[in-house]
Design a protein around this ligand. Structure first.
Ligand code: GLU
Length: 305
């Protein structure tokens, strides 16, 4: 991959006017306290070269980005049967919407919205013994960092105000989509969202999705080449909630955002990229993060389209 250090510097200059646009995720007390002015970015080539800028070594709460890793584990464990429990269609609704779930009788549209991710947690609890340990080992192995962990302070902070996710869990239980105990499933869900990683960790973890040519096996989880390809398709269509169309139009890479302000994305067979900036737009996506990715694909003239 050609050296893109100069491009990253240009991106930092060009996103500067957006520095005070948007707000941190105020509905989770811990996230409201994060310094909103952080910005970090790491691009990692398939060969393992890293190009970084800003606060790329500072860990942050990855929140919904974890949904990709969790569905990867569930797909590895269950194969195509997984899609009998959760769909693969974009929702066009907010990440925490409950309306569609009732209309569609408790089957979530996809695994990257909250309802779908809660079902994925239920599947993992049902199929994998000692699941919290196995899951974090999987994440560590993907990222090549043995120090990555759940952050129980963040998990408790979210659980203390997690009324909507609890309502979603209860509705899933009512319709029979969720098999396990609602509180137990939500406890695992909040723990997953609390995991802290930095941009380098995320870029390395997602580099395995950028490599279409190889099946992967990490922490006891195996995904075939076809499985990797299909998860990338779900990232492309569902990774940004009701902002998925705008993201595809502006950036053009399969990716996933989180309300911690992170975005991880991949350019198939070329590179993975992670960006972090805590101020979010009204749809829960990082304002500077989106702009930085848009500039990256524009300036390098490389995207999947
Ligand atoms: N833990 C967050 C929630 O459930 C994740 C949302 C996100 O990052 O989009 O509300």
């Amino acid at each position: 991959m050609t050296d893109i250090t100069a491009i990253l510097q240009e991106i930092v200059t060009e996103i500067e006017p957006l520095r005070s646009v948007g707000a941190t995720a105020s509905y989770i007390p811990f996230l409201q306290r994060v310094d909103p002015n952080k910005f970090g970015m790491c691009v990692r080539s398939l060969e393992g070269e890293e190009f970084t800028v800003g606060d790329c070594d500072e860990p942050f709460s990855i929140q919904s980005i974890v949904k990709v890793l969790s569905v990867a584990m569930a797909r590895g464990v269950m194969g195509e049967e997984l899609w009998q429990r959760v769909g693969i269609e974009p929702s066009g609704n907010a990440f925490n919407s409950i309306i569609q779930l009732e209309i569609e009788k408790g089957v979530p549209r996809n695994p990257l919205i909250n309802a779908g991710a809660i079902v994925v947690c239920d599947v993992l609890l049902e199929k994998v013994s000692d699941v919290e340990k196995r899951f974090i080992e999987f994440v560590r192995a993907l990222a090549g960092n043995p120090n990555i962990d759940y952050n129980l302070e963040i998990a408790e902070s979210e659980a203390s105000v997690g009324y909507l996710n609890k309502a979603i869990g209860n509705m899933l239980k009512y319709y029979g989509t969720l098999k396990g105990d609602v509180d137990r499933v939500l406890d695992f869900y909040f723990k997953q969202c609390s995991i802290c990683m930095n941009c380098r960790d995320l870029a390395q973890a997602f580099s395995h999705f950028a490599n279409h040519n190889e099946a992967f096996s990490f922490g006891g989880v195996e995904l075939t080449r076809s499985g990797v390809k299909r998860l990338n398709a779900i990232m492309q269509t569902c990774g940004f909630y009701n902002g998925a169309g705008e993201y595809s139009y502006r950036v053009g890479l399969p990716g996933k955002s989180g309300v911690g302000g992170g975005i991880a994305a991949i350019c198939p067979n070329r590179y993975s990229v992670a960006v972090w900036s805590p101020r979010l737009d009204s749809k829960g996506n990082s304002v500077m993060g989106l702009k930085a990715l848009e500039l990256l694909t524009t300036k390098t003239s490389v995207s999947i389209f």
